[in-house]
Structure formats: structure tokens, C-alpha cells
Design a protein around this ligand. Structure first.
Ligand code: ADP
Length: 508
């Protein structure tokens, strides 16, 4: 009998610069067995990391901040080499992470402090009540390819501050920036509570199968598979998934700011941001004027393979597959009657796609119903505010949105009617790196959130309730054995008196 040969998994992964196809580096395609071993070591090291307390952990995180800032140039070089980003896009990642380190180290101790709730229930009144926040021992962080340094670090930092160990599994497309993050942790001589599992989806699945909490950022399809696996294992997870962020432009808006902001919000990082603007709804009276301004702004965007000289606004798409999706969305739209105002095609070598504005777009087109994750801005004309809200909410996604209006109260009123995790008024992409705010998607855009002040660090913890007597306890309690009619009646009377309203308090 002949055996079917099993598919051989490559032991290494080559990483290419998508702007020119040159080799940027190579990583190991870690086996599930190696992941098991890594988690075992992290689990072992976590005990003393947790016991060390927040102050000691903050010291290491501040040392990491120094290391990251001292190595900022090199990190940006690595980022650029594996993503094909412009220098402008690459160079924001280090400062954002330096700021995240400032935020979490400033607040970690307070956010992790025990709570002592006061109870008015007869069950709790004589007790000292404590809620303490104990970390999930090993947190797995699985990241996508669009912002490889930020993605690895922004979730690892609060998890580490909480006292967890972290296992980072970066995207196989862009693993090199996460390698730098782990190298930084090693070089400052910190305890071995950060490990890296480079590799493909098989490595990712092994991470999900072994850690105690999953923080995932990536596609809705993979997020759903991960959620199913986590549910089976009964471990908690937090998912930040796809988005299709609408921008609503009202007739009273500052149209220059709206055009500038939406051009940036749609094109930054070549549109490869989960919260990039992917659909623009414009009120009829200003439609023509706004479209003209937006088209001009987008047509002026420079694009190319950058050096360290900040020569271009945007760079390449991360993969040729991504470029094909963008092309398909444009082609579908044109076939169904949309007009290309600017762009609409790949440019040059590599995976570049010209910044694109589409008009005469219908809500049913793939450029509106599917996530594009590329440099396209489809524009739809709407009759009024109600239609803009209805169409903006007509999506399986619900990550974030922007509202452009001269009336802030109107902006806030509209925001409260949009079914998304965040709304920026007269701005795009403003919320995610304000660490005090929760950043999470609704509907198919995610489960849970990152950041959000205390929530952002406590999510990596298991709350533990501790009760202790306030006064020296008696030998027995009313509810303990033996039972009796008198004791049961007394319990009922006391509970009624404290819980119920009106005559029911007295059993009448
Ligand atoms: P992309 O963001 O590239 O469209 P994914 O959402 O599939 O794609 O990838 C995001 C991350 O999830 C990557 O690090 C990838 O390796 C990882 N991944 C893919 N499949 C799985 C899986 N079944 N379990 C865990 N992680 C996975």
C-alpha cells in the first residue's frame, strides 16, 4: 500500500520587499512543538513577573522605551524593507509605541490596584470585600501585516504591564519588525516573558491552542476561526477585525478640511489600515464641489519606493494579492457604471496601485460591500442626513466612522446613530492611539476592544473576588447547619427588609 505524502511545511519563510521584490529577510516557520515549548517557558517565567508587581514591571517597560527610541531609525528601516511603506508612514510607528509605553507605565499601577467595593447587602456588610486583578498567565498576540511594529507592541505592552507573559505571532508577510521588538526586550536584559513565534497560520493555530488569552488583529475570516477554537478551549479572546469605515460629509462642512482629511484617512499607509475611510457619503448640495476638491487632493498624492528621505506620501501594497483585490473592486465598480475620477490602476513595478477616487458608486458594489484595504475612495451622493446614516449603517462591518460638519452638536447626534465602535467628528483615524479610549469593532468588525484606560489593562486579567470578615466572626453563621424554621424566617425577614420596596419589605 502506498502512502499519500503529507504536505511538507517549509521550515523557513523568506520575506520580500513588495515595492521591488528584493529579499528583506528570513524567519523560521515555527512548528507547533516549538510553540508548546515556548509557552511552557513563558508560563514558568510569568510567575515571578506577576509577583514582582507593577512597579518593577514598569521599570523594564521604561527601559524598553529607551531602547526603542535609541533604535528608532533601524526599526523604521526594517519596517520599510518588509512593507514597502513610505518613510512617512514607517516613521510614525516608533513614536506611537513610545507614547503607548508612557501611557501604560504612567497608569498601570492605578489601573491594577485592588478595588474595595462597599456592599449594602446583609451578605456583604460585615465583610471586607476585595477585587484583585490577576493576569492571564500567557497572552498570545497574533498580528497582521499592515503596521507590523505597532501591531506587535501596542497589545504586548498593557499585557506585560498587567503581569502576563506574551507570545507574539506576527504575520508571515511582515515578521521582521516583531523580531526587533523581541530583540529589544532581550537586549535590555528583561525577564524572559516575551517570546516570538514566527510562522504561518499553522504556527498561529498552535498559539491559539496553547495560550490563555488571545488578542488577534486581522481578517474577519481568520478571526472567526480563532474565536471558534478559543470557544472550544474556553479561553477568552479579543478580536479586532475588518472594517469599511464610512465618512459622512454634510453640506455645512468645511469642504477643504473634509477633502484633506478624507484623502489622508483613505490613503494613509496606502489604504492598508483597518480604520481607513472606505466609503464617502456626500450631501447633494455640496457633492460636485466636494468631489472636485477630493479628486484634486488625491491626484496630488505622491507615490513610490521611498528612501529615508520622506520623498513620497504613500508606498506599495503589502502583497500582490492585495493589489488584485483593489483592482477587482475598481473593475467591478466600473463594469457596473462607476466613474474613475483619478487613479484606477497599478503603477510602476512592485505592488503599487494609484490613489483612486470613484464616483457614481452604488451601495451594492463590491467596493462598498467588501473591505478593500487599499487606496480607493468610492463616493456616493446622498439626499440628506437620514440617508447618509442609513447607508453608512448598511454594512456587516462596524469599526469606525467620521462625520464632517460645521455643527459639532449635529456631529455628536449623528455619531450616536452610527453602529460603529468609534466616530471622529471632522477628523479621520483620530481615536485609536488615544489610549484612554476603547478601540473595538461592532458587528463583524470584532469582539472586545483594546485600550480604553483601565479596561485596556484589566482585559488581560482575571478579576478575583476575596471576602474576609471585618470583625472577629462567631462560631457559626445563620445559614450554616443545623437549619431551623426560626433561622430561615429570620434570614427572609432581614433580606426582605433590605431588598424590597414599600409594604413588601415587611412581608405584607
Ligand atoms: P491577513 O490579515 O493577511 O488578510 P489573516 O487575518 O489571515 O490575514 O492573518 C492575520 C494573522 O493571523 C497572521 O499572523 C496569520 O498568520 C494568522 N493566522 C492565519 N490563520 C490562522 C489560524 N487558523 N489560527 C491562528 N492564526 C492564524
Amino acid at each position: 500500500m502506498t502512502e499519500t505524502p503529507a504536505t511538507v511545511r517549509p521550515t523557513t519563510i523568506d520575506v520580500y520587499n513588495p515595492a521591488d521584490g528584493t529579499l528583506a529577510g528570513q524567519v523560521i516557520n515555527e512548528s507547533p512543538a516549538r510553540v508548546v515549548a515556548a509557552v511552557q517557558q513563558l508560563r514558568h517565567a510569568q510567575t515571578s513577573w506577576e509577583a514582582a508587581g507593577p512597579r518593577e514591571r514598569i521599570k523594564w517597560l521604561m527601559a524598553l522605551q529607551d531602547w526603542i527610541l535609541d533604535n528608532a531609525r533601524h526599526i523604521s528601516d526594517v519596517l520599510q524593507s518588509e512593507t514597502g511603506k513610505s518613510r512617512a508612514d514607517a516613521s510614525v510607528e516608533v513614536p506611537l509605541i513610545a507614547d503607548a509605553l508612557r501611557y501604560w507605565t504612567t497608569h498601570a499601577e492605578r489601573f491594577l490596584r485592588d478595588d474595595h467595593p462597599r456592599s449594602r447587602s446583609p451578605l456583604g456588610i460585615a465583610k471586607k470585600l476585595t477585587v484583585t486583578y490577576r493576569p492571564h498567565p500567557v497572552v498570545g498576540i497574533i498580528t497582521p501585516w499592515n503596521a507590523p511594529f505597532v501591531m506587535a507592541a501596542q497589545d504586548a505592552i498593557p499585557a506585560l504591564a498587567a503581569g502576563a507573559s506574551v507570545l507574539v505571532k506576527p504575520s508571515e508577510v511582515t515578521p521582521l519588525s516583531a523580531v526587533e521588538f523581541a530583540r529589544g526586550w532581550r537586549e535590555i536584559g528583561a525577564p524572559p516573558v516575551v517570546a516570538l513565534a514566527t510562522g504561518d497560520g499553522v504556527t498561529g493555530a498552535a498559539v491559539v491552542d496553547n495560550v490563555d488569552f488571545i488578542q488577534f488583529t486581522g481578517s474577519t475570516r481568520t478571526g472567526r476561526a480563532i474565536a471558534q477554537r478559543c470557544t472550544h478551549r474556553l479561553i477568552p479572546y479579543s478580536l479586532e477585525l475588518g472594517g469599511k469605515d464610512p465618512a459622512l460629509v454634510f453640506a455645512d462642512a468645511d469642504l477643504d478640511r473634509a477633502a484633506n482629511g478624507i484623502a489622508w484617512g483613505g490613503m494613509v499607509n496606502a489604504g492598508q489600515v483597518c480604520i481607513s475611510v472606505e466609503g464617502v457619503y456626500v450631501e447633494t448640495p455640496v457633492y460636485d464641489e466636494f468631489v472636485a476638491k477630493l479628486t484634486q487632493r488625491v491626484a496630488d498624492i505622491t507615490q513610490g519606493q521611498d528612501t529615508t528621505a520622506f520623498r513620497y506620501d504613500i508606498g506599495a501594497l503589502a502583497t500582490s494579492g492585495q493589489r488584485d483585490i483593489v483592482q477587482r473592486h475598481v473593475d467591478d465598480a466600473v463594469a457596473d457604471g462607476a466613474t474613475i475620477r483619478t487613479g484606477g490602476k497599478p503603477t510602476g513595478v512592485g505592488t503599487f496601485f494609484a490613489p483612486t477616487v470613484l464616483t457614481d458608486v452604488e451601495q451594492s458594489m463590491s467596493c462598498i460591500t467588501e473591505e478593500t484595504f487599499g487606496p480607493t475612495l468610492p463616493v456616493i451622493k446622498v439626499a440628506d442626513e437620514a440617508e447618509a446614516i442609513r447607508l453608512a449603517n448598511d454594512s456587516r462591518y462596524g469599526l469606525s466612522a467620521s462625520v464632517w460638519t460645521g455643527d459639532r452638536r449635529r456631529g455628536e447626534r449623528v455619531a450616536r446613530q452610527l453602529n460603529v465602535g468609534a466616530v471622529n467628528i471632522n477628523d479621520a483615524l483620530a481615536n485609536p492611539f488615544i489610549w484612554d479610549l476603547p478601540m473595538g469593532g461592532w458587528k463583524e468588525s470584532g469582539v472586545g476592544a483594546r485600550s480604553g484606560g483601565a479596561y485596556g489593562i484589566r482585559k488581560y486579567c482575571r478579576p478575583q473576588a476575596i471576602t474576609a470578615p471585618r470583625i472577629r466572626p462567631a462560631r457559626s453563621e445563620l445559614l450554616w447547619y443545623p437549619t431551623s424554621r426560626l433561622k430561615s424566617t429570620l434570614v427572609e425577614v432581614v433580606m426582605r427588609a433590605t431588598a424590597a420596596r414599600g409594604r413588601r419589605r415587611f412581608g405584607l
